[in-house]
Write a protein that binds this ligand. Structure first.
Ligand code: SF4
Ligand code: SF4
Length: 138
């Protein structure tokens, strides 16, 4: 269907960008993802075990007619993108996980560890020896 399909689409594929992020391995990593998800237009998804952050933000060079205004010189990543299996139908894309709200990563983390994100770690005891108390004189 290719370009025919694009004629009926509001350029869904030009309205976001997704970047790989490190797979979270500790509490801080998960809490950072929680922070990402507190921002409007940001989601995080996992595909084939790889983690990505996605920003819902339209390309500045998308025309009001939903066509690329620099089609001949568009970036390589845009050239490589094919309508076959593209964003047009929407749906779940078969992601392993798709987090759209901070509550979802909180629940995911709780399920994995039994711990809650956003709970400050108890203060660690200082290993510094206490200074000896001074005797009062006089
Ligand atoms: S490639 Fe898919 S998502 Fe992009 S404009 Fe064409 S139909 Fe829409
Ligand atoms: S450069 Fe063109 S094809 Fe690439 S995202 Fe922007 S509008 Fe879409």
């Amino acid at each position: 269907m290719g370009s025919v399909l694009c004629e009926h689409c509001a350029a869904t594929c030009c309205r976001y960008l997704a970047l790989p992020i490190d797979k979270p391995t500790n509490t801080r990593d998960y809490d950072d993802i929680r922070w990402y998800l507190l921002h409007a237009g940001v989601t995080v998804f996992v595909e084939d075990g790889d983690w990505y952050i996605q920003y819902q933000t339209a390309c500045k060079l998308l025309g009001e007619d939903n066509l690329c205004t620099i089609y001949e010189t568009r970036p390589e990543i845009c050239r490589e993108y094919e309508a076959d299996g593209c964003d047009y139908p929407g749906g779940t894309y078969g992601y392993d996980h798709h987090f759209t709200h901070a509550k979802q990563i909180e629940a995911y983390y709780f399920e994995k560890t039994g711990k809650k994100l956003g709970t400050p770690e108890p203060a660690k005891k200082s290993k510094r020896p206490k200074s000896p108390r001074k005797k009062k004189t006089g």
